[in-house]
Design a protein around this ligand. Structure first.
Ligand code: MD6
Ligand code: FE
Length: 212
């Protein structure tokens, strides 16, 4: 049965996407947050430039081998922090556990960390710079609720949206792996997890091909 919010309780899907509500307990969310604070200490978040030369409203950093990066030359994955030149820290164990609930062939080699402060959003985009689209992109939300918009594989395809809450895990995989998606807005200050409000989103991916 599908309700007004697009949720199908029997199979845990929302608008056809696998969504695991409250995949992390409040204690696990606090642990993951502590892990992310340590990552941000050694790999400080930065605001990549958009194609139009304007900084993104979201700040990003990463764990794992790769981090997504964008400047006037375009976007790509990098293996060293743009300011410190250091490699990125290892992916937190709790994040790997959630990934393995969606994909067991190989672990991710990139955990992108997006930081939303008041007014931050993310425009409609596709994630298509990875080598093998048979691997999912797994998303983990922490902090304030976010209105996630999902469309089809063309920018003009119709879109639908639903709220992601702290502790939710979700994946773009199969049919939806190359769907356009974005974050319309954040209910700033609603969650007590982050002091001062805001949202953190982790997206786990496999950037490099898996050796067979
Ligand atoms: C966000 N998420 O939730 C942005 N990408 O802040 C994404 O861009 C995303 O949630 C690929 C797969 C799942 C996602
Ligand atoms: Fe994305």
């Amino acid at each position: 049965m599908t309700g007004d919010d697009g949720a199908d309780r029997a199979s845990d899907t929302v608008h056809g996407l696998p969504v695991r509500r409250a995949a992390l307990t409040p204690e696990e969310q606090a642990q993951l947050l502590a892990d992310l604070r340590e990552i941000a200490r050694v790999a400080p978040p930065f605001s990549p430039m958009t194609g139009w030369g304007k900084p993104m409203s979201v700040r990003i950093t990463a764990a794992g081998r790769f981090c997504w990066f964008s400047d006037r030359k375009g976007y790509r994955y990098i293996e060293a922090h743009p300011q410190t030149g250091a490699p990125f820290p290892p992916i937190p164990a709790l994040a790997l556990r959630l990934w393995r609930g969606f994909e067991t062939r190989a672990d991710p080699d990139c955990c992108l960390i997006n930081q939303y402060r008041e007014g931050a959003r993310m425009g409609l985009h596709q994630d298509r710079d990875e080598a093998d689209f048979s691997f999912p992109v797994v998303s983990i939300s922490l902090g304030d609720p976010a209105l996630f918009r999902i469309g089809g594989t063309e920018r003009k395809s119709p879109t639908r949206s639903f709220w992601l809450h702290s502790g939710d895990a979700m994946a773009l995989m199969g049919e939806s792996r190359l769907a356009f998606h974005g974050i319309d807005r954040i209910k700033f200050g609603e969650s007590a997890l982050l002091r001062g409000g805001g949202r953190l989103n982790l997206t786990l991916r496999r950037v490099a091909p898996v050796d067979t």
